[in-house]
Design a binder for this molecule. Structure first.
Ligand code: ZN
Length: 317
């Protein structure tokens, strides 16, 4: 009798943690805000996502903090970008992947769709989120990673991913329509660092960054002088600042052009490597790109709706 009672208790003790696990959200840690957003969109209520890099944070320079390390060692799944974006965290992730479930989501993108890196022969430009058609590949990779971690939720993840991919496709259509309305001679995008290569390639813009693909290389005075001449010669009237990079070099361009009698204005602030504030529309992937597309098209003479694709942007024109 006593023995049977003990067995019953043992069965109860074993079943409780199992039930709790089935109901608990999957704990996901993601490096960039864009990857965290993809995990939230695909995972819905079944995931609890922590993004390590907030608004204005530069992923090229970011190093893991002590609390990041604690969160990653407690997570069920860790998602990072790869393609040498988190250059200062590469060794950390390669070490962590021996112990935890760690996936570099952008490494899954077909390499034939990637641009070469300016500074390294064997590396690619990591800024794939700048083109919705490329980012959808990463979303599919996030879906695959979540499904592997929680196979019983495969159908929910698939349905959520389909809905998000439909929004991404709508964004592609909006980008094509808005950006093609910019007059051809204005299709030049001058920014602080070279984050917009994929954007330029997809939408027919010439892209000129003061710094290279990584923010880690110094912007030389020669490069500033070269770009000032180009702004003056080609009568380019707008350049763009970035939320995650200092605007010092962009200011130097504007002053340099002014000294030569050519007025250049700041066309707006773009989200290059980080999204907007948490809890805002610009703090989502769709909102971030909608903002960039609308600001660029509006500042360079294109026709865009005042508040973007869905009228949700916080600042209009
Ligand atoms: Zn960058």
């Amino acid at each position: 009798m006593i023995r049977r009672h003990c067995l019953a208790l043992l069965a109860l003790a074993l079943s409780v943690p199992a039930m709790a696990f089935a109901g608990a959200p999957l704990k996901v840690v993601a490096t960039t805000g864009m990857i965290a957003d993809a995990a939230r969109q695909v995972g819905g209520d079944l995931v609890e996502v922590r993004g390590l890099m907030g608004p204005g944070v530069d992923p090229h320079a970011y190093r893991q903090t002590r609390s990041d390390i604690v969160a990653m060692t407690r997570a069920d799944l860790v998602l990072w970008h790869g393609l040498y974006l988190e250059a200062q965290m590469e060794d950390f992730f390669h070490d962590l992947e021996r112990k935890r479930s760690v996936i570099a989501v952008a490494e899954g993108v077909d390499k034939s769709m990637l641009r070469a890196h300016d500074d390294y022969v064997d590396k690619y430009d990591p800024h794939v989120w700048m083109t919705p058609a490329l980012w959808r590949e990463v979303v599919v990779e996030v879906q695959r990673a979540l499904t592997e971690a929680r196979p019983e939720a495969a159908e929910v993840f698939a349905a959520n991913a389909q809905a998000h991919l439909a929004d991404i496709d709508r964004l592609t259509a909006y980008a094509e329509e808005s950006l093609s309305s910019v007059p051809d001679h204005n299709k030049v995008l001058v920014t602080a660092h070279d984050a917009f290569g994929y954007f330029g390639k997809s939408f027919g813009f010439e892209v000129l960054g003061i710094q290279g693909i990584s923010t880690q290389s110094e912007a030389g005075l020669n490069r500033i002088g070269e770009l000032v001449d180009l702004l003056v010669d080609r009568r380019i009237t707008a350049v763009f600042v970035e939320s995650s990079v200092s605007d010092r070099s962009i200011r130097a361009l504007i002053e340099g052009a002014a000294a030569k009698g050519h007025e250049v204005k700041v066309g707006g602030e773009l989200f290059s490597d980080a999204m907007g504030e948490d809890g805002t529309y610009e703090g989502t992937y769709i909102g971030m790109l909608d903002h960039n597309i609308t600001v660029i098209a509006g500042a360079l003479g294109g026709e865009v709706p005042d508040r973007g694709m869905d009228g949700k942007l916080s600042a209009g024109f």
